[in-house]
Design a protein around this ligand. Structure first.
Ligand code: FAD
Length: 479
């Protein structure tokens, strides 16, 4: 008997799911799906309670969607990947699984886990992995001599060329099947902290609705609106993409339907959004070629030598949104309250922690993962290393955001700031970005901190720290 097991991980959908499609491609096979919760591993990976909650809700939605197709979802909880490998090996043998199907995850620990499973099942179970969660598979966009690009723009140019020659396909959901025993395991809540949010309804339908709504109604405004945190100018799809409730190919096809000239016109609104999806792919491809980034090592070796400051007071002020820089504080409170932060603000907050406070970017990377509903190793690490000038195609270290002018530029009228910092509601526009200069601040009892650093001095200190690190030359990987 053909007994097919689909191991679902970051691909919680039935549409455009290569592993699920392949498992269902033979009518005479019995197909079961499996999800293994690994709370110990998630904790080590700093998964946020908001993502934990979103994951659970999506698993329930997926269970229903699969059952509608006659495919039971089996659920098991282990602590970490090592335990998962052991349990899965036993499960496959005991259930006489003939073939195991899964979509690749490109992170270091996940790749090691999969190698261990393949090794343990060798000779007993056929293991079939599939590229997923990317528009184009890692390794398919490389330089003429077969190397991974280290800089984004040439990568993107080659990527677009490849996309137009060989666009990604979208696979249909598997047909309903009714050919086997029904293996059941109640989907019990896993042992992981959960924090609810009603801004992200669960399930593929909800994700597709959001995608359609964005492409129909907001894509045209995206190039202007995407940098204005006070506007609802971006798709808010990242949480769905992170858990694979939606695939990048689904986004691509919907985008091309809404804006058919996307690939040909770099000034089209479609191109602008596609560009963000390509950034997402870029960081995934980088992760495969430079797995050290998964271990939080800087991409540029000499930046290992930057003498970071250890200061819990400053770090906590940043975490809590009490730095005295309104755009930074409003953004941090948005993330703390909702689990999401606008991209422009992620850049500003990251730059502030690293360049103004001179605190190790890994502290920020970790804190973001612990708070974000869309926390994703590749994009988060890529974004942090970009801001810290330690990564691929990073901002040069001497380019340092001024948080006050960034605030003025991207939240000119202070709508976003006032929404998240109600204590600044009565501060006149003129002083909103530097409330400590407002002559009436004391008189009105303004309850808002003075800036915790002087930006000009902090900038000089950061330049000196980076220059000194660079002068010492490259550090060995073990440093
Ligand atoms: P849209 O503007 O609608 O973009 C569409 C999709 O493209 C997003 O959903 C996302 O999947 C992808 N995307 C957009 N911008 C980027 C980018 N700069 N890099 C990679 N992919 C991008 N994104 C995450 O998904 N998870 C993270 O943990 C994460 N951490 C970040 C940390 C820092 C310091 C920075 C600067 C960026 C980070 N990003 C992260 C990227 C980006 O901020 C978010 O993807 C984006 O804000 C999500 O909102 P959206 O879905 O409305 O994006």
């Amino acid at each position: 008997m053909k007994n097919h097991l689909v191991w679902l991980r970051n691909d919680l959908r039935i549409l455009d799911n290569p592993a699920l499609s392949a498992a269902c491609s033979q009518d005479d096979a019995v197909v079961t799906a499996l999800f293994i919760a690994t709370p110990g591993q998630w904790k080590a990976h700093d998964m946020s309670p908001r993502q934990g909650d979103f994951l659970m809700r999506n698993l329930l939605a997926l269970q229903h969607a699969l059952e509608d197709r006659g495919i039971p979802l089996f659920y098991h909880q282990c602590d970490d990947y090592a335990a998962a490998v052991k349990w899965l090996t036993g499960f496959c043998r005991q259930r006489r699984v003939s073939a195991l199907f899964y979509n690749y995850q490109y992170e270091y620990n996940e790749q090691r886990r999969d190698r261990a499973v393949e090794h343990a099942l060798e000779g007993h179970v056929v293991c079939q992995g599939f590229d997923d969660g990317v528009l184009l598979p890692p390794g398919s966009v490389v330089t003429g001599d077969g190397k991974m690009y280290k800089v984004y723009t040439p990568f993107r140019n080659a990527f677009i060329q490849r996309l137009s020659q060989d666009p990604p396909q979208c696979l249909p959901a598997p047909a309903r099947r009714d050919n086997g025993e029904k293996l059941r395991a109640a989907l019990e809540p896993f042992d992981y902290p959960r924090q609810e949010t009603d801004e992200y309804p669960a399930g593929e339908e909800a994700a597709l609705r959001r995608l359609r709504e964005f492409c129909h109604h907001r894509l045209a405004e995206y190039p202007q609106a995407r940098n204005q945190p006070s506007q609802d100018g971006t798709s808010r799809l990242s949480a769905y993409l992170t858990l694979g409730i939606l695939s990048p190919s689904q986004c691509y096809h919907r985008l091309i339907a809404a804006c058919p000239q996307t690939l040909e016109h770099a000034d089209s609104e479609g191109f602008c959004w596609l560009n963000e999806l390509i950034w997402r792919d870029f960081y995934r491809h980088i992760m495969v070629y430079y797995p050290d980034v998964c271990r939080h090592r800087p991409f540029i070796p000499w930046t290992r030598r930057v003498a970071w400051r250890r200061d819990d007071e400053l770090l906590n002020a940043w975490r809590q949104g009490r730095t005295g820089f309104p755009i930074v504080d409003a953004a941090m409170r948005q993330m703390n309250d909702t689990g999401w932060m606008h991209n422009r603000l992620r850049m500003i907050c990251a730059s502030f922690l690293v360049k103004d406070l001179l605190i190790d970017w890994r502290e920020g990377e970790r804190y973001f993962m612990r708070r974000l509903i869309d926390g994703d190793l590749a994009s988060n690490n890529g974004g942090w290393q970009w801001a810290a000038s330690t990564g691929t195609d990073a901002a040069p270290y001497f380019r340092i955001f001024n948080p006050t002018t960034q605030g003025r530029k991207f939240d000119e009228q202070g709508r976003f700031i006032r929404r998240w910092l109600p204590e600044l509601a009565s501060v006149p526009d003129k002083f909103l970005h530097e409330p400590y200069l407002w002559p009436l601040a004391e008189q009105t009892g303004l309850d808002y901190p003075r800036p915790i650093v002087n930006h000009g001095q902090a900038r000089q200190a950061a330049l000196a720290a980076y220059q000194s690190a660079k002068a010492q030359g490259p550090a060995s990987p073990r440093e």
